[in-house]
Design a protein around this ligand. Structure first.
Ligand code: PMP
Length: 429
């Protein structure tokens, strides 16, 4: 796929910006697409190509790009202030009231700018509260780029079971305090708790493993984690950065009926505007200054533009109708793709939950990251590139997921399924 203007811009941009991107994952071989506009479900690039977007910016854009209600709220807010940076506002209060109303475990909230901020601060809060140092994270989960958690996300086969760092330059002393456990493996989890309980402050969980597609927790897995953490007096943190507000306004904690002590959220709260937050029981949240001693700050935290966008997003999602429509579109696309795979007898399977879906090119039963080691990345990449040529955009990474938004229609779903049928038929010939 020749993108003449994108290539020209890449040649120019890469001199001043590494790889011409500002997030490693935005690069794709041989050069990134340069976009100029987004609207609803569509993306438009500088070469005049149009894409039906199933990426939705890694998930936040639940209402579709440039949703009129959100855009209007942002424009109106921009007339009054882009940033106060002092004191507080009624809008911040309203937003926290809404979050407390929706998310079962949250009594108090502190807003920040992104998911990484949120997980960092949740861990710091847990450490302060328990005056212990270690945390447990699960293999296959991503909680952001800081040194406490940026490891064992999608390690190569020979690094599975280790604290394989995602980045060079990470501090071994910080990594040392993180214990990595395979997902859906209660015995390993209980063993890790037993071995580390003296110094274990928190367990951080992506309650659905969406950073390697969609691996659901086995029946009772989250409940057992809750029971063990309660029994052993360990803070349970749910990282609902992807799941929060997307799968339900109350997050998956509401769906699964498991209540963590702290929750991290970001993405779908503000339909694409930069926001994040930590919420939880007052006893732990009150460790924050000015009541307690934990420092959590940021020039742009709860900036009025993002707060206005979040309030508008929640208003739009408030009656639950959009969620219901999204879930039925999700069911429809998963069913359609499963039929394609079955008809073509491809060793692959469709995964997903509610508005999220992906295809794994393996017929292994998928329990955790290890089950994905036989996933046929080459086949996925061919599928991804051919779909892109036909105007369907999703991330060129075999373990990333697709997101539906309120802007997508049944017709879009049918078109995606039919294009997949056509592409896969040609690829496997
Ligand atoms: N937690 C989870 C579950 C995530 O998926 C992500 C980002 N994909 C993060 C944390 C980090 O969020 P951010 O990119 O906003 O810093």
């Amino acid at each position: 796929m020749e993108l003449v203007k994108s290539r020209e811009l890449y040649e120019r941009a890469k001199r001043v910006a590494v790889g011409a991107v500002h997030d490693d994952f935005r690069f794709s071989d041989p050069y990134p697409i340069f976009f100029k506009k987004a609207s609803g479900k569509m993306l438009y690039d500088v070469d005049g190509n149009e894409y039906l977007d199933f990426h939705m910016a890694f998930g936040p854009v639940i209402l579709g790009h440039c949703h009129p209600r959100v855009t209007r709220a942002v424009q109106e807010q921009a007339e009054n202030s882009e940033l106060w940076g002092f004191g507080s506002t009624e809008n911040e209060c309203k937003l926290c009231e809404k979050i407390v109303e929706y998310v079962p475990s949250i009594e108090k909230v502190r807003l920040c700018n992104a998911g990484t901020d949120a997980t960092y601060h949740a861990i710091r809060l847990a450490r302060a509260f328990k005056t212990k140092r270690k945390i447990i994270k699960f293999e296959g989960a991503y909680h952001g780029w800081h040194d406490y958690v940026d490891m064992a996300v999608a390690p190569p086969a020979d690094k599975v079971g280790m604290k394989h760092p995602v980045s060079t330059g990470m501090l071994p002393e910080a990594m040392d305090k993180t214990v990595v456990v395979p997902w859906n493996d209660i015995d390993s989890f209980e063993r890790a708790v037993k071995e580390n309980r003296e110094d274990l402050a928190a367990v951080i969980v992506e309650p659905i493993l969406h950073n390697v597609g969609c691996i659901m927790p086995k029946d009772g897995f989250l409940k057992t984690i809750r029971e063990v953490t309660e029994r052993e007096d360990i803070v349970l943190i749910f990282d609902e950065v992807i799941t929060g507000f997307r799968h339900d306004l109350g997050g998956v904690q509401k769906i699964f009926g498991v209540t963590p002590d702290l929750t991290c959220f970001a993405k779908s709260l503000a339909n694409g505007y930069a926001i994040g937050g930590v919420g939880g029981v007052a006893e732990i949240m009150d460790q924050l200054k000015p009541i307690g001693g934990v420092h959590m700050a940021g020039t742009y935290c709860a900036n009025p533009i993002s707060v206005a966008a979040a309030l508008a997003t929640l208003e739009e999602l408030g009656d639950g109708k959009i969620h219901q429509r999204l879930f039925s579109l999700g069911d429809m696309i998963r069913k359609g793709l499963s039929e394609v795979l079955e008809d073509l007898k491809i060793k692959a399977q469709v995964a997903g939950f509610r508005s999220i879906f992906n295809i794994y090119f393996t017929d292994e039963e998928i329990l955790n990251y290890r089950s994905l080691l036989g996933n046929d990345s080459k086949l996925f990449m061919k599928y991804n590139m051919e779909m892109r040529k036909r105007g369907f955009l999703f991330v060129a990474h075999p373990l990333k997921r697709c997101h539906l938004s309120a802007a997508h229609t049944e017709e879009d779903v049918r078109a995606f399924v039919e294009a997949s049928r056509d592409v896969l038929t040609k690829i496997i010939k």
